[in-house]
Design a binder for this molecule. Structure first.
Ligand SMILES: Nc1nc2c(c(=O)[nH]1)N[C@@H](CN(C=O)c1ccc(C(=O)N[C@@H](CCC(=O)O)C(=O)O)cc1)CN2
Length: 286
């Protein structure tokens, strides 16, 4: 029977640490500030943004939001980013993804001050991560949360064979870099990968971020693997399921994340941690 990697509990522990760091910063006259930009009315994005705002306020972070209609033009979003770039109360800025299709998301992310890029999506921060540069820089929150989870298992990265299903900028690509930087051997699986199931079966660490309900079956998992399920899929009956067939895979895995209550809560906890990191770095790296 696998160890259940309880994202809710780990997020609570992470948030407790963040609350203490916020209190210490506030005592020294600095209140970490987070700005969230939401464009459009995607219901899931509205839920995630509300959770971010609520958690930030609970932890004592100054938290603001700009909501723009789905018809907003590139220049309008850019103007909001520019205002937050110059707002001294704000240390962390994020643009909730996905944006409406007519907007150029990459171009907008590149307009965020890299020192305030709490999602770690700015090309400068991505480049630092890929080049494994020393120093302070933010990294994408979901992969950061996954690394925190693996660290709690004392996962032995060096020499481990990791397989990541999904090559998104949000999850797969940054996680690949984080794992390579820890000396894991990483294989990425995309839509055109041949013999994907056989590759997955070689994984000591299998991370699935494909957005396809129950894609991974027991036959695709090596006994004793650590399985991280990033998928959040709402079925017609309203139930949330991941990309992994949890009931079938759990008995043979060494450890596994549930959905819900796995990677999702850690994404938000990592965002809070990284908001405080940015506030601290704004003092030390200036
Ligand atoms: N700018 C960004 N956009 C998006 C990111 C991101 O990191 N930065 N990630 C995802 C969405 N996301 C945060 O924004 C997110 C997704 C899921 C959860 C979560 O806690 N999920 C719960 C289930 C919630 C539900 O009932 O629907 C869980 O897994 O237990 C938190 C954050 C895309 N966009």
């Amino acid at each position: 029977m696998a160890t259940l990697i309880d994202g809710k509990r780990l997020a609570q522990l992470e948030n407790d640490k963040t609350a203490r760091r916020v209190a210490a910063l506030r005592a020294s006259g600095i209140t970490p500030g987070l700005a969230v930009i939401l464009v459009g009315d995607d219901p899931a994005s509205q839920v995630y943004v509300r959770s971010k705002q609520r958690k930030a306020r609970e932890l004592g972070i100054y938290s603001v939001q700009t909501t723009l209609p789905a018809t907003a033009q590139q220049a309008e979003v850019a103007a909001v980013i520019d205002a937050y770039n110059h707002d001294e109360r704000i240390h962390a800025i994020l643009v909730q993804s996905p944006l409406p299709a007519h907007l150029d998301e990459q171009a907008l992310v590149a307009m965020i001050d890299p020192a305030k890029d709490v999602d770690g999506f700015h090309p400068l921060n991505v480049g630092k991560l890929y080049n494994h540069l020393p120093g302070h820089y933010p990294v994408a929150c979901t992969p950061r949360g996954i690394i925190t989870m693996l660290d709690t298992l004392n996962f032995e990265y060096a020499g481990a064979r990791a397989v990541i299903v999904g090559r998104s900028i949000l999850v797969g690509r940054p996680l690949q870099a984080l794992l390579v930087n820890r000396n894991a051997t990483v294989t990425m699986i995309g839509r055109r990968t041949k013999a994907a199931a056989a590759l997955m079966k070689t994984a000591d660490l299998l991370v699935v971020a494909a957005g396809q309900p129950q894609l991974v079956t027991a036959a695709m998992v090596k006994p004793g693997a650590v399985v991280i399920d990033v998928g959040i899929n709402r079925l017609a009956d309203g139930h949330l399921v991941g990309d992994v067939d949890f009931a079938a895979v759990e008995p043979l895995a060494q450890a596994i994340t549930p959905v819900p209550g796995g990677v999702g809560p850690m994404t938000i906890a990592s965002l809070m941690t990284q908001t405080v990191d940015l506030a601290e770095w704004s003092q030390t790296d200036a």
